[in-house]
Design a protein around this ligand. Structure first.
Ligand SMILES: Nc1ncnc2c1ncn2[C@@H]1O[C@H](COP(=O)(O)OP(=O)(O)OP(=O)(O)O)[C@@H](O)[C@H]1O
Ligand SMILES: Cc1ncc(COP(=O)(O)O)c(N)n1
Length: 268
């Protein structure tokens, strides 16, 4: 029988379908990986913002992961919105219990409109409990600043922050450049503990970038599940997100979602 590659996302639900669990599962599907999910929180959300956040109990999060670990197993895991230090600790414990590899941590902190998706006091649990298990971390510039306490203005600052995150136990650090506004290119930096690589694309002028971070990290996760190395996975993710932003859907009245099927259509 043909090998089926599997990926698990541990994240929050975005009712608007552009970010969170919904973005992750759509991306896994587009990249031909069987997607599974463990919900950490339900958000009432649309392109205009976040109207409500309802975290699940730690027990509910643990049990979902347990259900997957004791039956299906997975080739890769992505974490997104984790909300609290209790949930982070439970997720770290389960990842260790099942000995899972290919762990991609997207350290989601704040939604585009400013709503907090991670409690302030959970940052230390993220650093101490989850980062040492991470194969890849994918912060945007503001998230990298919070995690490293380094103010990032220049490329040198970004390199310094990447080194600091590597010291916290992450094998591969990707600091995304979506927030580096004013530049003509969107440049993502990868640090593997020895050297830096850069993944560049034309910066697209649009307000429809809701869920770009989730989608990008989910694409890395899917590619790792299929056996790609990290550099190949980041390149595919970069191509995937570029196509998804370029072919925006134009739905909703605010920051619209990206187009998850654009990459497949482009490849056809
Ligand atoms: N305007 C853009 N044009 C091209 N690529 C972009 C643009 N904005 C973001 N990207 C790319 O999208 C991916 C996600 O980057 P970004 O820094 O926006 O993440 P994020 O802040 O976590 O996402 P979000 O803004 O959805 O919270 C990266 O690969 C980045 O280079
Ligand atoms: C449930 C949930 N998870 C994550 C994000 C951030 O999404 P992104 O950084 O990709 O816009 C979000 N808005 N909602």
């Amino acid at each position: 029988m043909k090998k089926v590659y599997k990926a698990l996302t541990i994240a929050g639900s975005d009712s608007g379908g552009g970010a969170g669990i919904q973005a992750d599962l759509k991306t896994f599907q587009e990249l031909k990986v069987f997607g599974m999910s463990a919900l950490t929180a339900v958000t009432a959300q649309n392109t205009l913002g976040v109207q409500g956040v309802y975290p699940l109990s730690v027990e509910a999060v643990k049990q979902q992961i347990e259900s997957i670990g004791t039956d299906l197993g997975t080739d890769a895991v992505k974490t997104g919105m984790l909300f609290s230090s209790e949930i982070i600790q439970a997720v770290a414990e389960k990842i260790k219990q099942f000995g899972w590899k290919n762990i991609v941590v997207d350290p989601v902190m704040i939604a585009k409109g400013g709503a907090p998706l991670l409690q302030d006091e959970a940052v230390s649990a993220l650093k101490n409990d989850l980062l040492p298990l991470a194969t890849v971390i994918t912060p945007n510039i503001p998230e990298a600043e919070v995690l490293t306490e380094i103010s990032i203005r220049t490329l040198k600052d970004r390199q310094k922050a990447a080194k600091r995150l590597h010291e916290l136990g992450v094998k591969y650090v990707v600091i995304k450049g979506g927030h580096d506004e004013g530049e003509s290119e969107a440049v993502d930096l990868l640090y593997d503990g020895e050297e830096f690589s850069y993944f560049k694309s034309k910066r697209l002028e649009t307000k429809n970038t809701h869920g770009t971070g989730c989608t990008f990290a989910a694409a890395i996760t899917a590619e790792l599940a299929k056996g790609s190395n990290v550099k190949e996975a980041v390149q595919t993710a970069k191509d995937f997100i570029q196509a998804a932003i370029e072919n925006e859907l134009g739905i909703g009245h605010g920051h619209g979602p990206t187009n998850h099927w654009a990459y497949r259509e482009k490849k056809r």
